[in-house]
Ligand binder design. Structure first.
Ligand SMILES: Cc1cc2nc3c(=O)[nH]c(=O)nc-3n(C[C@H](O)[C@H](O)[C@H](O)COP(=O)(O)OP(=O)(O)OC[C@H]3O[C@@H](n4cnc5c(N)ncnc54)[C@H](O)[C@@H]3O)c2cc1C
Length: 550
């Protein structure tokens, strides 16, 4: 193998390449438990650059078998998805333009930060509702790459439900538009005698020959980001073949996304928040059930660790709320008072009710509150102002970020952090999960997430300088995923597989379905250029080699 030189690439692209140690170190981490030092960082300027990069990499691959391309947007991936040992392509530097906002859609480049996108769409009275809690630090390409979800997924689904069209650069270095095709359009594609034609033909046959197997493999949970979503490509009834369904959630392992067209919705005019304080987790399944009868738009949860951190770092929280500092500090008085008296609740549930006007939203909230307090002995509180509601939303959205940035001697380790089951199974599932945690009393666990979808973000606080604790990541993953499979849950609702869950895909989907995932990867990426070591290409050796030591 010869060392890669970048002279030819530099001449053929308009963007820049950095080989500096500082940049390589900066890009060696995302929000996962891994650290992988890349060779170089490329800042592509446009789709033409992406095409040149793919063509160059395909040519160079024969001399440098380790050469690969990993796309990066905000770099907040929790699975190791946006880090790798070869070239990292950061789209946020240049490919960050919103190109069009129409009556119910928007077209943008993958490096646009969601916070900027949201501001622009809200200015037009529109929203892409499946945004993650990391909405202020993540970008569109990563949201599509992971099939992100968030606080509104309970009512609005995931990113896959909002992608109408993708422009992608595939392994032959050409740019293609992916969109839903009717049978005639599909036939036209399959007739082509080039890379695209082969791809459509081979995929069509792979999917139709294994149609029942794939349909059965589709996780039945309300959310899923695990595996390749082959089960959704061919709609047999409507006769529609849609490769966007496969590309969303593929973490840049099948090709590079250069443009995204999203469907947008009109947000409801009124929103009211009910806050429910719980002292243990055991009734949560029943409480969620009662609340869901009243159709909340969101049903979120965070725990006492999060609340304590929010109070400890109050000035930072106040800064993020943006407004009059003293007034905002006043908003936190009830929690500060609870904390001083040692009465912080173990868990806080947020139920948001929306409507076309205040009366509609309030009516649903009042009924839900009445039924809850009649059935369970618990404290509830209806927020009195927008600022007060924003305070609770901020704590929820910042739950993991607070842990990640302020837990000094421990790492809030993401590996079983995105499990999802069926909400009605919670009463049976949670005690079983607790038995696993009881076998590891050395860790504190923090919980936040999307209670309405039964999607919990659980982070053990770990000392990764200890090899013993690093090994627990693998053994505990095995234990938790075995349990999940019993309940027909999914390893990942919205964060995806990456390196952290890729090695367990066979456990979840079985060897036959994984063989189809592998064939799919080979059809799109015969030279294994696109984000290797992730999803179906992940393995425990690479995993062990790159788990962070601090
Ligand atoms: C504090 C915090 C809170 C979070 N909360 C949530 C949450 O509520 N819901 C949720 O779903 N996730 C959450 N996440 C995980 C993560 O933020 C999201 O999945 C987010 O959408 C990733 O976006 P990003 O821009 O950071 O992507 P990146 O980390 O840069 O990339 C994510 C994946 O997409 C691929 N990718 C990026 N751009 C492209 C492209 N142009 N073409 C092809 N592939 C591409 C990357 O290779 C990588 O595999 C959270 C993370 C943090 C740190």
């Amino acid at each position: 193998m010869t060392a890669v030189t970048y002279d030819e690439l530099k001449q053929n692209i308009q963007g820049e390449i950095s080989l500096s140690d500082a940049d390589r170190t900066k890009y060696s981490r995302d929000a996962s438990v891994f650290e992988i030092l890349p060779e170089a960082i490329v800042y592509p300027k446009n789709v033409h650059d992406l095409q040149q990069i793919v063509k160059w990499a395909s040519k160079e691959k024969a001399n440098s078998p380790g050469l690969s391309l990993t796309m990066r947007a905000g770099g907040t991936d929790m699975t190791g998805g946006s880090i790798n040992d070869s070239l990292i392509l950061d789209t946020t530097a240049h490919m960050n333009h919103i190109l069009d906002i129409g009556v119910d859609y928007a077209v943008a480049e993958p490096g646009v930060f969601y916070r900027d996108f949201e501001k622009a769409t809200l200015d037009q009275g529109l929203l892409m509702p499946s945004y993650p809690a990391s909405k202020n630090i993540c970008a569109l390409g990563g949201m599509v790459g992971n099939n992100a979800g968030g606080e509104k997924s309970l009512s609005f689904g995931q990113v896959v439900d909002y992608v109408q069209e993708l422009e992608v650069v595939l392994a032959d270095g050409q740019a293609y538009t992916l969109s839903p095709l009717n049978e005639y359009e599909l036939q036209q594609k399959m007739r082509l005698s080039n890379f695209e034609g082969n791809l459509y033909r081979d995929l069509y046959h792979l999917i139709t020959r294994n149609y029942d197997l794939l349909k059965q493999a589709k996780p039945t949970t309300s959310k899923n980001s695990s595996g390749y979503f082959l089960w959704d490509v061919w709609d047999k009834e409507k006769r529609i073949f849609d490769l966007t369904k496969l590309f969303v959630g593929s973490q840049g392992t099948l090709g590079l996304i250069s443009k995204i067209k999203f469907r947008l919705v009109k947000p409801k005019a009124s929103s009211q928040l009910l806050v429910i304080f719980l002292n243990d987790i055991k009734d949560i399944g029943h409480i969620v059930d009662v609340l869901k009868h009243h159709q909340p738009e969101s049903l979120e949860i965070f725990d006492d660790h999060t609340l304590r951190l929010a109070l400890k770092y109050l000035p930072e929280m106040i800064r993020k709320l943006k407004g009059h500092s003293l007034k905002l500090a006043w908003e936190f008085l009830p929690e500060l008072w609870m904390s001083l008296r040692g009465g912080l609740p173990k868990l806080v549930l947020l139920a948001e009710f929306t409507g076309d006007d205040d009366d509609q939203a309030t009516a649903n909230l009042t009924q839900a509150q009445k039924e809850l307090t009649a059935t369970f002995r618990l404290k509830t509180h209806r927020t009195r102002s927008l600022v007060e509601a924003q305070k609770y939303w901020l704590i929820r959205r910042e739950s993991y970020n607070l842990l990640r940035t302020h837990t000094k001697d421990r790492v809030s380790a993401s590996f079983i952090e995105d499990i999802v089951v069926h909400p009605e199974q919670l009463p049976e599932f949670l005690p079983r999960l607790d038995e696993i945690f009881a076998r590891h009393p050395e860790f504190i666990y923090t919980i936040a997430g999307h209670a309405g979808d039964a999607n919990f973000h659980i982070f053990p606080l770990m000392d990764l300088t200890q090899e013993k604790e690093r090994e627990v990541i693998i053994s505990m993953s095995e234990e938790v995923y075995d349990l999940l499979i019993e309940f027909r849950g999914s390893m990942s609702a919205e964060h995806n597989d990456g390196l952290v869950r890729g090695p367990f895909l066979e456990k979840m989907f079985g060897p036959e379905v994984c063989a189809l995932f592998r064939q799919t990867k080979e059809l799109f990426d015969p030279l294994n250029i696109f984000n290797p070591h992730k999803k179906i290409d992940a393995n425990l050796d690479f995993f062990r080699k790159h788990v962070r030591h601090n």
